[in-house]
Every structure is written in structure tokens, then in C-alpha cells.
Design a binder for this molecule. Structure first.
Ligand code: NPG
Length: 373
């Protein structure tokens, strides 16, 4: 097979409720799906997890489309018929950064490659589970009301989620976390600050230790390695890094320095599923637990994340929630929670495809890019 062209599909999918984090609020998910098409007419899919604005990272939708079209596609010409997915990753190293754009393209190509070999992504990555434990990420209620937060969490607990992650920021931390812990004394609970705190907040965050939390995710700036070392010393709750981890090198450094003891693995943040697997292997070798992050993916990205979460080192529940957590209508068959778990797709490649009518309905823009022209 050789990849002949890529189609980029931009979708607007309304969220069931606005999702607020310390870096902004999202009400409609601006989804970019990449479709790679081979000379045999096989299509493979990848999702670009950029937001529409550069809030979580410097990447954003329009920028990712530019970098894919003008810089990454030309680099892929020489690996259009690669026999080894690692060659695709290597070819894209000519572009610095832009991991989300790289992940989308390389996943679409990997999906074609696996479909032609009739192998599932889960099997290719080395999955050991057929279903994965699911957690749910709970944004800051736009009303900043504890009652609204408890109502929302109650719904998720009722649905069977096995772990709750609360978004926090200065002014929205001790009280909401305490309120959820009092209501559900035994539920696995963790926080995510998305870099909202300062080193000087260490003693403040240590007050959360009494709520028996699984971890604090990314309390400080992504560059603040030493700050996270200090935070790890100040808090009994383990520190987990998300935004700081871009590669196996940064994961290695973070663990070696004691900046964290747990790693959130998001394929979009690290440039694709091969590097995600490498980070998993590194952490597993060090005895550091990992879990699968989420970026409000549609069914396309979710399918691949669930396959990744089935690897043996993913010992904590991931942000691999059901489609209904975010979307009334998903672009694939919906992922449905069963006893707090999602089934790992078993079909070839990522194991799912967009439903053509739904794709057409949600698409606001698309383009076709031929390799080599
Ligand atoms: O369940 O898919 C999910 C979302 C989980 O909270 C979540 N993601 O900081 O980890 C994060 C956050 C996020 C969402 C970040 C969208 C960036 C974009």
C-alpha cells in the first residue's frame, strides 16, 4: 500500500454542557479528523486533539491544519509506503514540536497499515485487557456552585464511573474537593489544576492531603520542573504530570528528578501512539503508574485511547469516558459505559469509523490534500 491522499474533516460537535478548566471554557468541540487514503482505497482515521484556541498548549486548530498541509505532508512523501510505522514518526521529526498534528497524521497512516494487515491497534500496541476502567473529568461549574458540582458528580457516580477527577484552580479547590469527598468517602478521587498554581501554593495544596486523593495533576507551569519537585516534597498526595511531558526524555527526566511519580499519557501531547507506548514502557520499567489522558475526543480518538489504556502499565483509570459524557451525537457508534468500563475495540486498526451521514452532518469544512502535489 501507499498513502495517496489525506482528507481533513473539520467538525463542530456541541458539548452536552460547557467544559470549564483553569485555561478556558469550551461549549462546542472543534474536532479535526484526518483520513488517510491508500492506493487500494483503504481509509484510516486519526483525530487532531487541538482546541480552537492555544490555551492548553501552543497548538490550535487553524495552526495544526497549516502545519499539516505546509510542513508535515511534504515530509511524509518519502514514507508513503513505509513498512514500519516508526519510519513515519522519524520522517516527521524534521518539524519541531506540533505533536498533536503529528499524532493525527501518523495515527491515520497507522490505521491504514493495520487495516491492511487485519490487526487491531490494541494488539499491535501490546494490550493485555479487553475492557478498561473509566474515570470522568469534571470541569469547574460555570456557576461555581457546590450544589451544581455535587449534582453533576452524582450523575457520574450513578452511571458507574470508577474514578472522579475534579478540575481545580485557586479559589476552587479545598471546598469542592472536600464536599465531593464527604459525599463519596470511598470513591477514587484526584485533581487537575492545568498549571494554575505557584510554588508558593504548596502548603495550601498540602491541605488536600486529608481527602485521600489518588494524585494531583500538573499543579504548576509545565516548565517548572523544580517547582514540581518541591510540590512532591510538600504534599503526601502523589504528583502526576501532564502538560510537562512531551517525550520519553521528559518522562525520564521527571521521574529521575522526582518531579512526579505518576504520568498522564496523552498520545496527542507526545506526537502519537508509538511514543505513547514508549513512555508507557519506560514508566513500567521504573514502576511508575500511568493512565490515559483525554482531550474531549470524538469516537475516533477515543477508540485509539481505549486501545492504549489496555496496556499493562495503565493501572489507574483513564479519562476514557463514554461518548455521552461529552456528546449527544458522536461521529462513530457511541462508546457506552458497562459497569464502569469501556470495551477495547477488536476490529482492524482503531476498530471504528465515522458514520457517513453523521460525519456529513457535523462537518463545517473539509479539504483533500494529495501527497506529493
Ligand atoms: O475526558 O476527554 C476527556 C477530557 C479530560 O480533563 C480532561 N482533559 O487537561 O486533561 C486535561 C483536559 C483537557 C481537555 C485538556 C481538553 C485540553 C483539552
Amino acid at each position: 500500500m501507499a498513502i495517496e491522499l489525506f482528507r481533513l474533516h473539520r467538525l463542530n460537535i456541541p458539548l452536552v454542557r460547557p467544559f470549564r478548566t483553569s485555561f478556558g471554557t469550551e461549549s462546542v468541540r472543534d474536532v479535526i479528523l484526518v483520513e488517510a487514503v491508500s492506493s487500494d482505497g483503504v481509509s484510516g482515521w486519526g483525530e487532531c486533539v487541538t482546541m480552537s484556541w492555544p490555551g492548553y498548549s501552543y497548538e490550535y486548530g487553524n495552526g495544526a491544519i497549516d502545519v499539516m498541509r505546509d510542513h508535515l505532508l511534504p515530509a511524509l512523501v518519502e514514507v508513503a509506503d513505509a513498512d514500519d510505522p516508526a519510519d513515519v514518526r522519524a520522517a516527521m521529526e524534521v518539524v519541531s514540536g506540533h505533536p498533536m498534528a503529528k499524532c493525527a497524521l501518523s495515527t491515520a497512516m497507522l490505521d491504514v497499515w493495520l487495516r491492511e494487515r487485519d490487526e487491531s491497534l490494541a494488539s499491535y500496541l501490546g494490550a493485555v485487557r479487553t475492557s478498561v476502567d473509566c474515570g470522568v473529568s469534571v470541569g469547574i461549574p460555570p456557576t461555581e456552585s457546590l450544589t451544581d458540582l455535587l449534582d453533576e458528580v452524582a450523575g457520574y457516580v450513578e452511571e458507574g464511573y470508577r474514578r472522579i477527577k475534579l478540575k481545580i484552580e485557586p479559589g476552587w479547590d479545598i471546598e469542592p474537593v472536600g464536599a465531593v469527598r464527604r459525599e463519596w468517602p470511598d470513591i477514587p478521587l484526584q485533581t487537575d489544576a492545568n498549571q494554575a498554581y505557584q510554588r508558593s501554593d504548596a502548603a495550601h495544596l498540602a491541605q488536600l492531603d486529608r481527602f485521600d486523593l489518588l494524585l494531583h495533576e500538573q499543579p504548576l507551569d509545565q516548565e517548572d520542573w523544580y517547582g514540581h519537585v518541591l510540590m512532591s516534597r510538600a504534599c503526601a498526595t502523589p504528583i502526576c504530570l501532564d502538560e510537562s511531558i512531551h517525550s520519553t526524555m521528559s518522562a525520564d527526566s521527571a521521574l529521575q528528578f522526582g518531579a512526579c511519580t505518576i504520568v498522564n499519557i496523552k498520545p496527542g501531547r507526545v506526537g502519537g501512539y508509538l511514543t505513547a507506548r514508549d513512555i508507557h514502557d519506560l514508566c513500567r520499567g521504573r514502576g511508575a503508574p500511568v493512565w490515559a489522558g483525554g482531550m474531549l475526543e470524538s469516537g475516533i480518538g477515543r477508540a485509539a485511547n481505549v486501545a492504549l489504556a489496555a496496556l499493562p502499565g495503565f493501572t489507574l483509570p483513564g479519562d476514557t469516558s463514554a461518548s455521552s459524557r461529552y456528546y449527544r451525537v458522536d461521529v462513530t457508534e457511541p462508546f457506552v459505559l458497562r459497569d464502569g468500563q469501556l470495551d477495547v475495540p477488536t476490529g482492524p486498526g482503531i476498530g471504528v469509523e465515522p458514520i457517513p451521514e453523521v460525519l456529513a452532518d457535523l462537518t463545517v469544512w473539509s479539504t483533500e490534500l494529495r501527497l506529493g502535489s
